[in-house]
Design a binder for this molecule. Sequence first.
Ligand code: ASP
Ligand code: MG
Length: 453
Amino acid sequence: MIVQKFGGTSMGSAQSICENVAPIVERAARAEQAPVVVVSAMSGVTSQLLEAARKSVEEHIVPEALLGEIKKRHLDVLDGLQGGKQLIAAASAAISSDLGELANLLRALTVVGDLSARSYDAVLAVGEKLSAQLMACVLSVRGMNAEYVNLEKIIPEKLTYDSDAYWDKVEGYFRERVEKVARGVIPVLTGFFGPCDGGMLSAVGRGYSDYCASLAGAALKVSEIQIWTDVDGVLSANPKVVPEAFILERLSFDETAELAHFGAKVLHPFSVRPAVNAGIPLRVLNTFNPGCAGTWIENSTCSLNLPIKSVTSKKGVTLIRISTPLMLFAHGYLAKITDVFGRHRVSVDLVASSEVSVSFSVDGPLEPDGTFLQELRALGEVHIEHKQAIVSLVGVELKTDYSVPARAFEILAREKICVRMISMGDARINLSLVVDEPQCDRTVQMLHRALFR
Ligand code: ASP
Ligand code: MG
């Protein structure tokens, strides 16, 4: 059994659903891989739904035109299908009815004027309910045995989050629900799943259908989770910055987490957690170029025949340096500083310390006279540098190829790029540097060129 998750762009048009997505599922079924399909909403629909909810609550209007647009987009896909009249009629009716219910809910929201997590979830769920019904219908009309599986109600409302055991229970509900689908039938799951405690957006966030795929894969103990998207896989750099960037064959989960954290558009580490815990590999594949092998992401470390795997970067970073002679020979000093970060919920990316000063990198600008900085100033002399960028060299190869840092710094020196901060932990899978933001892209290009020559 495998999970095949299709993102918003893959589900974006009649053409891609019928000519790209459906054949991919059919091939897997024919190869007896027993695919379990998970779909996102059609591209843009989740954002439209959020906007509709906002308009209803804040402006007290139900955006009928927007709902009409969403309806037309889905029904147009069905209209373009050949044959299967009854199946199409049933799916059209179900889609229209879901949108009718949504209009009622939005109408109620215009009166209530308040958006609870529960109502938010009910609005969001519609995007995936529509796309999953569409997908199940398309597969059925093409002669496959497919069944729409709405996960909207699988989590009991009273189940509250107390620890990670919560997600184990959720996995159990996934298993129970999908096991009800008869053998030989392809389940088409809504990427939206049930009322999570606190609401989907705060419990998981946007892109929740990746998490759904990962939960489904772990619950069903599949052999592989395929994430079908619109790029060929995870690349060695952002191709907009480095045109010669290439696809990485393999990555470990740890490397994926480092890349996601430092700006690469890969899977969110949270979304792959169930797969990591269950030891199930993921594969990032391109719906529009299915022949390309994509990127394997697995639990084990995998050294490629490369100096590192990827050069990634993140802009809009601020450096905070705190200096004080009190730090010399002291203990507990760092704890006092990090306590201030913790209380103000300022999240730190990089840390580098010397005997009398410590530097942190954080996202975004800081309020110059906010209480956060005031409290830090009470602990030492504080120096702030805005408009910085983190450039990271990521790869488990750093553990074995000792020449990488030397080669990196040599090229930076030659290019007269000033490095303001350096950080590499003993995990040795990420060497991060901070440079002035205007130098960021050039630094990435130089390092990529020098290391992958
Ligand atoms: N459609 C949802 C979103 O845009 C979920 C997903 O695409 O994964 O966040
Ligand atoms: Mg996504």
